[in-house]
Every structure is written in structure tokens, then in C-alpha cells.
Design a binder for this molecule. Sequence first.
Ligand code: F3S
Length: 427
Amino acid sequence: MKLTDDEKSMLDGNEGKAVGKAMELLVKYGEALGAGRFVDTNNVTLLSGLFMYPEVVKNTVKNFEMDEIASKFFLDSDETVHVDKIKAFTTNHIFTVNNAYWKNIQRRSHTLARLAVMTEAYCRAIGVNNTATCSPYIAGNLPVKGQHCAWTESSAIPFANAVIGARTNIEGCHSAFASALTGKTPYWGMHIEENRYGNLIVDVETDPGNMFEWGLLGYYVAGVCGLKIPIYRDIRRPPTMSMLMPFDAAGGSSGSIIMYHIVGVTPEAATLEAATGNRNVTDRIRYGKKERSEAYRKLNRSKSDKVDIVFLGCPHYSIESIANVARLIDGKAVNVNTQLYVTTNRQTKVLADLGGYTETIAKAGGLLLADTCGLEFNHDPSAVIATDSPKQAHYYPGKCGVENALYGQIEECIDAAVSGKWKGELR
Ligand code: F3S
């Protein structure tokens, strides 16, 4: 890679060992990707508190302290280096556990609870903003069109690219941390205008008008589009942010959509011509009744009508969605055999607390919690879980061993929480 003077200086260790290690990692990464240079970034979301294999962490490090853990697991360095302060504006992704609920509700290990406390303190000390969310754009991290970012989390990345018009690839734990330390990210993929044009037209014949329908559309298209960049056209009712959140999450579940265009909505797709970069795109798929049913069938695996858990808030709910849950559950009671959980980030939870929504949900017997996610609970594999999130319905079998997942409208999920029974159907 061609390095600028400041990049060479960081690589030579002139800004300390940790920055030198970060630059070394980024150079190797950039070269493997075929990037010719770096681009400056002042917007990073880290994967810093989500530990998939806590026992590996415990067994790998000697003293179980953060410099050691960060060196090994965030910088891929056997040598322990100390990070003073990061360079770029940085937020972080969810933590594996919420520290008030890790034991009795999430049923996770004490090691994870310790890691969550340690990670949070470490991040604060080095200058990372502990948003602890998969929806950074509703928690104070809102880049602008054209801004180069280094984000993690498969649902947030298409949101950044296609809804905001910012530019990010899918970064991992190591590359994002290195970007936070250096303010650099390899210039390739979605950072380059040329690579952002759409190359697959999706003729949307069944117009989505709510979160549920957008989830089905995203889930179906991601499952068939491979690495193409879809262009959705014929959308008659423009989506809201809360509709695009599950749509983006679905696109990163059945497939790997990191960029798409909705003509008239995506900042780079005012017209079909703008979305394609004036190219003649001949690849086309349709999304009609048959495709919608196929997506629904794949997301509804349970044969039982009994529901043990209702999980809402994936990606972390917006205040609009939390207010909707509170409205739907107000004055009702969650069934004694069913649990209702709603997840969001800390910032939105404060708004929900102030608005009385947290209390309304709690009065009904549900729990609104921040920091974590339904996939990070130690669920009983025989449980039946209903959700309004295509991403969670997709991942419950593989990630949690829960085969019985159900996907439905928010109203159907609330009804299931109250009655303990699933009455959802594709109408
Ligand atoms: Fe967020 Fe978990 Fe969904 S991290 S996107 S709530 S699967």
C-alpha cells in the first residue's frame, strides 16, 4: 500500500506501540484486500464487548486484565501494549450481557459479566463512547452523506450506506479497533463510488408498508441476490426509519447485503439512472406474492402454537417502536407462562423511561432492557420464541439452538405475549 507520511510515522511506532501495532494490522489487512491506500476516518463502531467465547479469553490471557485482552483480541498482538487514547470518534456495538440481568434473566456466565464491566471501563478510559448498540445511528453516531466510516454490525452497515449515504465496509473486531486508534481505514469496497452502484433490479410487486413487510422483502432478496447490489423500485409508500431497521437486519441474515438502493429514498438513488450510475442493468428479479410467502415460510419454523418468549427490538428498537409496544400492551398483562423482552440502547431507554413507556411495559409484565440482544440469552432449546425481527427468527436455531422460532407482525407478537398462543398468519 502507498502510505502517507503520517501513516509511515504511525507504522514506525512514533505514536506509541499500540498505534504501531494497529497500523501494522491495517497494512496487512489493506494489502490482503487489494487496497492501494488508506482513507481518513473519524467515525468507528467497535465490536468491543461482544465475547462469543469467554472461556477462550479466560484461558488465553494470563492476568485477565484489559490491556492484555485488548492486545490479544482487538489488536491480534501477543505482546501486551497499552492504549492511551483513540484517535477517531468511536462508539461500540452491544455487550454480550446487561450487567443487571446476566444471571437470572440471560443465564450467562460470571466471566461474561466481568468482561462487560471491564470492557466498559476500558472503553471509557480510552475515549470510546459506550453506546452498546447495534443501532449506533439512533444513539448519537450519525455520520453524513459521503463520510468514510469503519463500522461493525451487519444491520448497521447497510443503514449507513443506503439510508444515510455514508461509506463503510463490514469491519471486524480487529480492523475497527485499529481504525479507532489510527483514524485510517483501507480505501476499497464501499468507500469507492464506482463500487456503490446497483446492479440488480428488484421489481417490487407487493408494496411493503410496515416493519413486517419490509422484513420479508429484505429477507427474500438477500437470500437470492448473492453479492449484487439490489435496486428496489416501484416502492409506492416511502419507508420510515423503523421499517428500514429490520429490513437492513434481514438483508444481513439470509445473505450479506451491505449496500442497496431504494429509488427515491437512498441518497445516491434519486432516480434509477443515479442508482445504476447510468449503466444498463439487465439482471432483474421480482418480489410478489410467491416470494413473500417463501420468505414467511422460512422464518416460521415452529409447529406449536404455544409461545414461551416474545422478543422485540432487533435491531435495537427506536423510540417510535418502543412507544408502539407500550401503546399495544397498555392495560394488558403478559401471560404467566410467557416472557416479554424488548431491547434497545441506553440512550433510547432513557427516552423510554422519561416517556413512561418502560413503566407501561413493566406494569404489563414485560422488560425493556439495554445493552444486549435476544441472541445473547442462554435460552432453553425447547422454547418457542416469537419475534418481529427476521434476523432473530433466522438466527435462533443456529446461534441459540432454538428451532421453534416464529416471525410475525408486532400486533401478533403482543397478542402472543398476552395469550401465550401464536395466532399469526400471512394475510
Ligand atoms: Fe442487534 Fe442482536 Fe439484532 S445485535 S441487530 S438485536 S441480533
